[in-house]
Design a binder for this molecule. Structure first.
Ligand code: SF4
Ligand code: SF4
Length: 279
């Protein structure tokens, strides 16, 4: 741990309105391994984060907009710093997008909405995310566009073609088609944990970090050197390992500002692929 710049909130717990075949925390409508956070939960952590000098805030799940407190939570956060929400885009109704626009306009900090896509078209996207999801996400993009909000598209390496420049350009074209002249794309490596273990494979025993291969400066690029994750069960090392009980580092944020052993297969992906869940 170098400096706590970023605080994540598992704001929807592990509860999601869909069940993606690659979800690294196996979120679903029935997974209650982490519960949703309330506005009071988040406000308590924001107060601690302010004292610790946190610079920005991320919200994920599950699906954050399933949390009925999500808009008041963003309002509270945007009084303190920049916020980013990671969403599957299915609940971006017109009224929600209009409210996001208002919150953004009234804050001196930025609000980013990150929407996941896992294919160039209905067939490939829904093969991973479920029937009917593509159509609802396209409505979400239209509503964001009408509200003047330019989302960041997040694509995992499960999507066909995303590895090539041509493939990436196709994703950018999708978002351009809604009238955004500066489309933004983030590509995320796959973590072979959760549902992804069944879809493809789990980590092999050799896929681990060894300290021999790393310098102190190398460790600085790992997101756990500058961030922590708040969940309903306590504060965890990062957004990836919340289903590992040993990754819970404390009840308060302050208790977690200490080293963590990078002993997991996912740590290998973070290092080899240079992954950070931050935008
Ligand atoms: S990948 Fe995202 S949208 Fe899909 S099940 Fe997991 S949390 Fe939900
Ligand atoms: S998976 Fe490991 S290396 Fe990656 S952020 Fe979490 S603790 Fe750090």
């Amino acid at each position: 741990m170098r400096a706590l710049d970023t605080l994540w909130f598992q704001v929807a717990g592990t509860i999601c309105n869909i069940t993606c075949t690659h979800c690294f925390i196996s979120c679903s409508p029935k997974n209650r391994s982490h519960e949703m956070l309330s506005l009071t939960d988040v406000e308590t952590r924001l107060a601690e984060a302010r004292l610790l000098g946190v610079r920005d805030y991320y919200f994920t799940g599950g699906e954050p907009f399933m949390n009925r407190d999500m808009l008041p939570i963003l309002a509270a956060t945007l009084r303190q710093g920049p916020a980013t929400v990671l969403t599957n885009g299915m609940l971006l109704r017109k009224e929600v997008c209009a409210e996001l626009r208002r919150l953004s306009d009234e804050s001196e900090y930025s609000l980013d909405i990150r929407v996941s896509l896992d294919g160039f078209d209905r067939e490939s996207h829904d093969a991973i995310r479920g029937a009917g999801v593509w159509d609802r996400v396209m409505i979400g993009f239209r509503n964001l566009a009408d509200a003047g909000i330019n989302p960041v598209i997040t694509v995992t390496e499960a999507a066909d073609g995303v590895g090539s420049n041509e493939g990436r350009a196709r994703f950018l074209e999708i978002i351009r088609s809604f009238g955004f002249d500066k489309p933004r794309l983030k590509v995320l490596a796959l973590f072979r944990i959760g549902a992804e273990e069944t879809r493809t494979r789990a980590y092999e025993s050799w896929e681990r970090l060894t300290i021999d291969g790393m310098s102190e400066a190398d460790a600085d690029v790992l997101q756990c050197s500058t961030s922590r994750m708040v969940t309903s069960k306590g504060v965890y090392v990062c957004p990836i390992l919340i289903e590992q009980s040993a990754a819970k580092m404390g009840e308060t944020i302050a208790e977690t500002l200490r080293p963590f052993p990078l002993a997991y297969g996912a740590c290998h992906t973070c290092w080899v692929d240079g992954v950070s869940c931050r935008t």
